[in-house]
Write a protein that binds this ligand. Structure first.
Ligand SMILES: Nc1ncnc2c1ncn2[C@@H]1O[C@H](COP(=O)(O)OP(=O)(O)OP(=O)(O)O)[C@@H](O)[C@H]1O
Ligand SMILES: [Mg+2]
Length: 419
């Protein structure tokens, strides 16, 4: 390849940050230098793109895929070796937390994923319903096929039917061309219907029919289409209550409610807060190119006691704000005094918290100590995983969940887990 100097630089190109992190750790443990890129475009724009000795490339990325990147490099006569990966082997890799409440959700996901049954995910806003819907798809046999999403609340009512089932040209005023609906797009894959409680009563019988018969017609056409779609639905409304009020059809409700999964609110699993905070601090500080050395105990305590009405999304946004506001590597407390006062008053799990905190801390300390002894090598006969009696992938998943990664030289005095 023209202009290529022999180097030990490995370029990791993957849209999934947690995958980037674990690949980088593996490369660095092997004494190589790794640089991560979130997209093929970002990599192509970088001046490093002709200098890498080898690329590790995710096959599936939102804009330019791994294979398209390969073709582009070939066009440029850049013959760098490429290792392709599909980053979706572990469906739970992005799900942080180890509380009993979350583990129970993940157990249910594992049980239902391989079946074709409809799943109804319920939970307050920001509890991770969409994340769990993805995990169900990724852990199912439909992984690798389409995962199609439709937010029923975001589409004007009169357009929802054609979004779901498609239409023929001229089916209604404004239907200037034929359109494929989401059920057809999701054929052989998974359809995620978000905010399913917002499906208007007039459309509910049509949805029921396609769920029962796996067949439907496009608007403006008499031709019946057969599909093979697995439905995952989510709602933060109380469907049972809507049923009682006559706002939701009972037959559709029972059809959707085959396998309900209720996501716990964050205040019901406070023991996950430290790992989530650490995970998001790491994510945002890396994204913003800011170094955050530690989370002061006051900040962590404030996070632990707050009631989190917006759940994990709110936590993620507050950590983002705190990272923006951080100075000299210290993460400030982004919560107002009023919020902190309120949260102590309404916290009903306050006393349960310290003991679970201690458990997690000791688990983390053991992992960090073992990694240090093993020179931060995870796999292999002398790696930390073997010493801990864990599979390499299990330890990597635990490290990700607990937010543990190898400290870099500038971050030598950081709090464990925030490096
Ligand atoms: N256990 C978790 N670990 C890491 N990130 C999480 C976890 N749960 C949720 N998140 C993140 O929190 C954000 C909100 O999650 P998600 O969009 O899945 O919530 P939701 O329940 O669909 O919310 P809404 O009802 O408002 O649509 C996302 O950025 C998601 O990646
Ligand atoms: Mg959602």
């Amino acid at each position: 390849m023209p202009g290529n100097q022999k180097s030990n630089l490995i370029a990791i190109i993957d849209d999934d940050e947690s995958m980037q992190d674990s690949l980088r750790d593996l490369m660095e443990a092997a004494g190589l230098v790794a640089r991560c890129f979130g997209s093929a475009e970002e990599f192509l724009e970088s001046d490093l793109h002709r200098k890498a000795a080898c690329l590790i490339v995710d096959v599936r990325m939102p804009k330019m895929s791994g294979l398209q990147l390969q073709a582009k490099l070939k066009e440029e006569e850049c013959n760098v070796p490429i290792i392709f990966i599909t980053a979706h082997g572990d469906a739970f890799e992005r799900i942080i937390g180890s509380s009993a409440a979350l583990e129970s959700v993940l157990d249910q996901v594992e049980q239902v994923a391989p079946t074709d049954s409809t799943v109804l995910i319920e939970g307050e806003t920001g509890t991770g319903k969409e994340l769990i819907a993805h995990a169900i798809h990724n852990a199912s046999q439909r992984f690798g096929r389409a995962f199609i999403k439709l937010n029923c609340a975001a589409i004007p009512l009169d357009l929802l039917e054609s979004e779901l089932f498609g239409h023929e040209k001229g089916a209604f005023t404004g239907a200037i061309a034929q359109k494929i609906g989401r059920f057809e797009m999701a054929d052989k894959g998974t359809l995620f219907l978000d905010e399913v409680g917002d499906i208007p009563p007039a459309l509910q019988p049509k949805l029921l029919r396609v769920l029962q018969e796996q067949e439907f017609e496009r608007l403006g056409s008499g031709r019946t289409h057969k599909v093979d779609v697995r439905l995952v639905a989510a709602t933060n409304r109380d469907l049972a209550k809507m049923l009682a009020r006559g706002q939701f059809r009972s037959d559709l409700y029972y059809r959707l409610n085959v396998f309900p999964i209720l996501l716990p609110a964050l205040r019901e699993r406070r023991e996950d807060i430290p790992a989530l905070v650490t995970h998001f601090v790491k994510m945002f500080s890396r994204r913003m190119g800011k170094q955050v050395d530690g989370i002061p105990p006051e900040t962590m305590a404030a996070f632990q006691w707050y009631s989190w009405p917006g759940n994990i999304r709110e936590l993620q946004n507050l950590v983002e704000r705190a990272v923006i506001l951080s100075r000299d590597g210290v993460l400030p407390n982004p919560l107002h005094k009023g919020q902190t006062g309120l949260m102590i008053a309404i916290s009903d799990h306050a006393r349960a918290f310290p003991s679970s905190m201690t458990l997690e801390d000791s688990g983390r300390a053991l992992i960090v100590e073992t990694l240090e002894q093993a020179g931060w090598i995870v796999g292999g006969p002398r790696g930390a995983a073997a010493k801990l009696g864990l599979k390499r992938t299990t330890l990597l998943a635990k490290m990700r969940r607990l937010g543990i990664s190898r400290p870099t030289s500038q971050e030598g005095n950081s709090v464990p887990g925030v490096a």
